[in-house]
Design a protein around this ligand. Structure first.
Ligand SMILES: Nc1ncnc2c1ncn2[C@@H]1O[C@H](COP(=O)(O)OP(=O)(O)OP(=O)(O)O)[C@@H](O)[C@H]1O
Ligand SMILES: [Mg+2]
Length: 244
């Protein structure tokens, strides 16, 4: 049972408070949707939780251990993995080689790492592209490759930053099916997404950020009817569009 507890995390860039005193907790087997307008601080929060940015204030605890400002590698070893909004794959390597980078985190042996990498590629439906050059993939496929790279590290907490951007409705259905499957296997997921139709039906809870501040938290149903969320982000057509 994994538990992430975020308390009062604050990140400033000069005078800009990109993440302002954000707190929440997340347990295994739950999907947390993190939503909000462009520039709200979603990616910055991911960077704070995974050690890519040092926080100015606040703490991040994982299973009772204070991991605030640990290095990204130590955090990955603990079992917290993330994808990047701007993809960070190795363009000159094959799809499989990229996923092997993740798989080697827990498998020193090449055969075992390759098995793990192929399993991760199968999960995202990319096994048939294992030997393609990563640079030749479409952007949505590159994002899917990042999900496989993360899965190959065998995470307990998985954070996805707009992984479903640019997908067709069928691809979105496949992606949400995978997220539900991962939840049922006990992962804790934080999903940053602008595609509300994809994420709201599967989210157990939702946090809304606006200008770095958490302005709402609750079930999808509660959050979408919150007037502050509607005015900051969703707009009043939202309730008519999304069924759940
Ligand atoms: N490295 C940085 N240096 C300075 N300012 C930054 C940096 N990273 C982010 N910011 C600023 O912090 C704020 C939050 O940005 P962030 O990228 O976290 O937003 P976001 O919610 O992920 O937005 P989007 O939905 O567009 O991805 C923005 O005002 C952004 O310009
Ligand atoms: Mg972002």
């Amino acid at each position: 049972m994994a538990k992430l507890v975020v308390s009062g995390v604050t990140k400033r860039f000069g005078g800009l408070v990109a993440v302002n005193n954000v707190s929440f907790s997340l347990e295994s087997g739950r999907i947390l949707a993190l939503i909000g307008p462009n520039g709200a601080g979603k990616t910055t929060l991911f960077n704070c939780l995974t050690g890519f940015y040092k926080v100015n204030a606040g703490t991040v605890e994982y299973n009772g251990t204070n991991i605030t400002n640990w290095t990204p590698n130590r955090i990955a070893v603990l079992g917290i993995s993330r994808t990047f909004q701007v993809v960070q794959i190795l363009q000159g390597m094959t799809v499989l080689e990229n996923v092997l980078v993740g798989a080697y985190l827990r498998n020193a042996n090449t055969v075992a790492a390759t098995d793990k990498a192929i399993e991760a590629l199968e999960r995202v439906g990319m096994a048939h592209q294992a030997h393609e050059l990563a640079a030749n993939l479409t952007l949505p496929a590159k994002k899917r490759l990042e999900v496989a790279m993360s899965l190959a590290t065998e995470p307990k907490v998985l954070m996805l930053d707009e992984s479903m951007a640019g997908l067709t409705p069928t691809e979105i259905a496949n992606a949400t099916q995978l997220l539900k499957q991962l939840r049922s296997e006990g992962l804790a997921l934080i999903v940053v997404e602008h595609v509300m139709e994809a994420v709201m039906p599967i989210a157990d809870s939702v946090i809304v950020l606006d200008s770095g501040t958490k302005i709402a938290e609750g079930s999808p149903r509660d959050v979408v009817s919150n007037p502050r969320v509607i005015s900051a982000y969703l707009g009043d057509k939202y309730a008519e569009r999304v069924q759940y």
